[in-house]
Ligand binder design. Structure first.
Ligand code: SAM
Length: 289
C-alpha cells in the first residue's frame, strides 16, 4: 500500500514551522505566499483546496522556494513583485522593495495638483519607479524625469514604466540627484532617497540589511546627508512656486524643516506630514523666487 500523501494543509503547517524555526518575519503568511507561488495559484485559492493531497512534483516545486525564504530573502524578491498604491511592480535585488509609507507621497501630490493638470516632476532615487509610475498614472497629463544613481535600479524602473504604459512620458537618467536637470523646468520634486544612518545599521531587520541594496538604504553615517545637496539642486530647477516632497526618517522631519528655513527665505509653506502609523514621514516645502 502506498503511504498517505500529505495534504496542502499538512504542507502549509510544516512550512510554517520550518520558517518559524528559521526566524523569518511573518512565517505563516510567507508559507502561504511561497506555496501559492510554487503552485501557480493566488494565495486565497489555497484555502479552497486545503485537503487536496500533494503530488511529489508539487513538493519538488515548493522546496527550493521555501529554502530561499528560509535564508531570510524577502518574499517580494522571491515573487519578483510588490504592490504599491494598488499597482503591481516588478522588483529585483537591484531595488528597494517599495514600502506602504511611501504611498503618502502620492497622496500629498494628489492634494497639490489637479488630476487634469499638465506639469513636470522629477522622482529622485526612483528605484523600482514606484512613485514615478504611480504619479504618472494618477496625473495623465504630467511629464516626469526619473533619476537614480544605480543603473540597475533605473533598468527596473524602465521596465515598470513600460508595463504600466507610461514610459513615453518619462525621461530616465542615471546620476547623482538632479545633476542632469538644467533650467527651471520642474513643478514638483518627489524623493524617497536613502535616509537611514550607517550608525543605525545594527537596528535594522536582517532581512533588510542582508538583501536590500545598501545604496538604497543608507544616506551616510547620520542618514540625512543627501537632503541638503538635493535641496540645493532643487533651488536651481524648480519653477517659481514649485514643491518638494521628501520622505524622511521618523526623527528627521523637524531638523530638516529647520535646515530648509536656514537655507533660504525663498523656501515657504514648510510642513510635516504623518503617515498612517502617525510617524512624521514627509517634509513638504515650496520655492518662491
Ligand atoms: C530608499 S530607495 C527608494 C526607491 C523608490 N523611490 C521607492 O520609494 O521605493 C532610494 C533610491 O535612491 C537611489 N540613490 C541613492 N543615492 C542617490 C543619489 N545620490 N542620487 C540619485 N539616486 C540615489 C538608490 O539607488 C535607491 O534606488
Amino acid at each position: 500500500m502506498s503511504p498517505m500523501r500529505p495534504t496542502l494543509r499538512d504542507i502549509l503547517a510544516k512550512s510554517t514551522r520550518y520558517l518559524t524555526e528559521k526566524n523569518v518575519d511573518s512565517p505563516r503568511l510567507s508559507a502561504e505566499l511561497v506555496i501559492a507561488h510554487a503552485l501557480g495559484l493566488n494565495r486565497l485559492d489555497l484555502f479552497l483546496d486545503l485537503d487536496k493531497p500533494m503530488s511529489e512534483p508539487e513538493l519538488v516545486r515548493i522546496r527550493p522556494i521555501l529554502a530561499r525564504r528560509g535564508t531570510g530573502e524577502p518574499i517580494a524578491y522571491i515573487l519578483g513583485r510588490r504592490e504599491f498604491y494598488g499597482l503591481d511592480f516588478h522588483v529585483t535585488p537591484e531595488v528597494l522593495i517599495p514600502r506602504p509609507d511611501t504611498e503618502l507621497g502620492v497622496e500629498l501630490a494628489l492634494k497639490l495638483f489637479d488630476r487634469e493638470q499638465a506639469f513636470c516632476f522629477a522622482d529622485v532615487g526612483t528605484g523600482s519607479g514606484a512613485l514615478c509610475v504611480t504619479l504618472l498614472k494618477m496625473f495623465p497629463h504630467a511629464l516626469a524625469m526619473a533619476t537614480d544613481i544605480s543603473s540597475g535600479a533605473l533598468n527596473v524602473a524602465t521596465g515598470n514604466l513600460r508595463r504600466h504604459g507610461v514610459d513615453h512620458r518619462c525621461l530616465r537618467t542615471t546620476g547623482d540627484l538632479l545633476q542632469h536637470v538644467k533650467g527651471r523646468s520642474l513643478e514638483l520634486i518627489v524623493a524617497n532617497l536613502p535616509y537611514i544612518g550607517e550608525k543605525e545599521a545594527k537596528l535594522l531587520s536582517r532581512e533588510v540589511v542582508a538583501f536590500e541594496p545598501r545604496r538604497a538604504l543608507f544616506g551616510g553615517f547620520e542618514g540625512d546627508e543627501l537632503f541638503h545637496p538635493l535641496l540645493r539642486n532643487a533651488q536651481e530647477v524648480l519653477v517659481n512656486g514649485g514643491f518638494v516632497l521628501l520622505e524622511v526618517g521618523t526623527s528627521q522631519a523637524k531638523g530638516l524643516c529647520d535646515r530648509i528655513r536656514d537655507m533660504s527665505p525663498r523656501w515657504t509653506d514648510i510642513a510635516i506630514h504623518k503617515d498612517l502609523a502617525g510617524h512624521e514621514r514627509y517634509v513638504q516645502a515650496r520655492l518662491r523666487w
